[in-house]
Design a protein around this ligand. Structure first.
Ligand code: NAP
Length: 529
């Protein structure tokens, strides 16, 4: 049952007076539950509990953490229909999407469980002593990754499960050994509370310390600001807008002890359509791209918001055909009146820029909170000169830029802000003729896609979901896949430390049987000397 209360560790609490409700965009009405925003005291209690919990949680074995993560996955599945119904009522997203996202969330939790249960992720690195080295003896030095401390997680409106309460950031931080305090997203507070209840049940069943997880309600930015400013918080995970992520990055940098903020933010995901491909399969490409632009009502951080091509007949045909196809697609619901309001404003701002031509604009009347899709086009020179056109319009919007030549295409790509993805559509080895364009694209993005669409982010160890700023605040890390655990740890060395006092990961006997680097060679062997 959804109570509208905060979880301060294992306790439900609602001592505050600020209340709010979530909104059903399909029905265009508020949902019933009243949520109470966390007070300053509750925030403080949650962080203090997390800080206490860290003392024991950081020492818990990988196998025990895996039990906890798997139990969270089980408890999420046990929420069954109540979770799916709440998700749909708070997001306007269809049941199929809810179930798919739940499957992804559970898969992520289980992937981290496997990772920490196996144990080699800590990057154990051992350089044994050389006592008789000349002119000075060499010490025994052993390194592994250790958790940072309490982590605050902010989820995005468009992924109520997979990038939210028990989403990738939370799963990765808990796997690393960091307690988590979630700043609940106000648009899906009920979904968030249900998931929080699953995490708390799992924590209790598997004997995790109280405070390993808290879930704080908020209807504005103050709760998040207080959390990020709290001296006992050691890192922040954020998924959302550039404005929000940047504000939190700046806040964290201003603290007496600055802390890392791993923010995954907006992106327009440039797609380069090369001429032969456009000529040979325009029809197929327009279908694929009309669907990708409107998928999930365009509410994906990997939505293809920018298409680049070389001016000519093939590109003109593609633009016209994309225009026809996209208006044949039925509009769908956006997440919230605020999101559709922002979409309408950003779209109006984009189309009012000089030199913009509207190719297709869904003109029929749509129901409340439904978004009309739109495609625009512009000359390369105009696009280059106007940074407003480079900004994300979050929703079913895409702009096609008609470049004069290869050089201008390269210049445009180089002028873009950092992006999550870049896509190249090419035929018959034509990509090989564009090495500088592709090199420029690689310089701007975290993932490069060949003959596909950017929407759809596979969860696997080789995935990079991140990119140069502002796609993310630290392009050295991914937010998706098990390697995202590296955001929540720091490397730590022991020098000449007694074997029996070392963590198991670094002991001579290698009791956990993990893969380690010993004197520059990867091995599971024990050290005998
Ligand atoms: P958002 O408005 O930035 O909100 C995200 C969360 O941050 C909310 O809980 C919000 O709280 C909080 N927040 C925002 N500004 C804040 C501030 N100045 N101080 C403290 N807290 C603040 O984003 P959204 O609407 O949820 O998500 C849509 C955006 O996310 C799109 O731009 C999309 O491209 C991006 N996104 C990126 C990824 C990715 O992986 N890169 C994935 C999904 C979505 P309040 O709502 O209470 O203000």
């Amino acid at each position: 049952m959804i109570t509208g209360k905060n979880y301060i560790g294992n306790q439900l609490s609602n001592s505050g007076t600020i209340t709010y409700k979530t909104f059903n965009p399909e029905l265009n009405q508020e949902n019933e539950t009243i949520f109470t925003e966390a007070t300053s005291d509750e925030i403080n209690n949650a962080v203090n509990l997390a800080s206490e919990a860290f003392k024991t949680y950081k020492t818990i074995s990988g196998k025990k953490k895996a039990e906890f993560l798997n139990a969270i996955a089980d408890e999420i599945l046990a929420l069954d229909d109540e979770l799916i119904k709440t998700y749909c009522s708070e997001s306007g997203l269809p049941e199929g999407r809810a179930k798919g996202e739940r499957g992804r969330t559970v898969f992520q939790l289980r992937s981290f469980a496997d990772l920490v249960s196996e144990g080699s992720w800590v990057d154990a690195t051992i350089d044994t002593a050389i006592p008789d080295r000349e002119p000075l003896p060499k010490s025994d030095i052993r390194k592994l990754n250790i958790p940072l401390g309490p982590v605050v997680v902010f989820g995005a409106s468009n992924f109520p499960l997979a990038y939210s309460t028990a989403g990738g950031d939370t799963a990765a931080a808990l796997a690393a050994g960091c307690p988590v305090i979630v700043k609940s997203h106000p648009m899906h507070a009920g979904t968030g509370e249900l998931i929080a209840s699953a995490i708390i049940k799992a924590a209790e069943k598997t004997g995790m310390p109280n405070g390993v997880f808290s879930n704080l309600n908020s209807s504005g930015i103050e709760v998040g600001q207080q959390l990020v400013s709290h001296p006992k918080v050691k890192a922040v995970g954020f998924t959302g807008s550039i404005r929000g992520g940047r504000a939190l990055l700046d806040l964290a940098a201003k603290r007496e002890e600055p802390i890392p903020v791993f923010a995954e933010m907006g992106s327009i995901n440039p797609v380069i359509m090369l001429p032969k491909a456009l000529k040979n399969r325009a029809d197929n490409l327009t279908t694929i791209y009309a669907n990708s632009i409107t998928l999930g009502t365009g509410q994906f951080c990997t939505n293809p918001g920018l298409i680049l091509g070389l001016k000519g007949e093939s590109l003109t045909n593609f633009i016209n055909s994309l225009g026809h196809k996209i208006v044949e697609i039925n509009p769908s619901c956006m997440l919230h009146p605020n999101i559709i309001g922002a979409y309408e404003n950003n779209k109006a701002k984009a189309v009012s820029q000089q030199g913009i031509t509207i190719v297709a604009n869904y003109a029929k009347e749509v129901q409340a909170n439904y978004a009309s899709q739109i495609v625009t086009t512009v000359e390369g020179k105009t696009f280059l000169e106007n940074p407003t056109l480079h900004q994300e319009v979050f929703g079913p919007y895409s702009i096609v830029v008609q470049c004069e030549n290869k050089e201008q295409l390269e210049e445009i790509i180089s002028s873009l802000e950092g992006q999550l993805t870049g896509t190249v559509i090419a035929d018959e080895n034509e990509a090989a003729n564009y090495p500088t364009v592709i090199a420029a694209l690689q310089n701007r993005v975290g993932r490069i896609i060949f003959n596909g669409v950017p929407t759809g982010v596979e969860v696997c160890p080789s995935m990079v979901h991140g990119g140069p700023y502002p796609a993310s605040t630290d392009s050295r890390f991914t937010a998706v896949g098990v390697n995202s655990i590296k955001r929540w740890v720091r490397p730590f060395s022991y020098q000449d430390w007694p074997n029996n006092l070392l963590p198991d990961e670094l002991k001579n006997e290698n009791p956990l049987q993990i893969l380690r680097s010993v004197n520059n060679a990867f091995t599971k062997e024990q050290i005998t000397h």
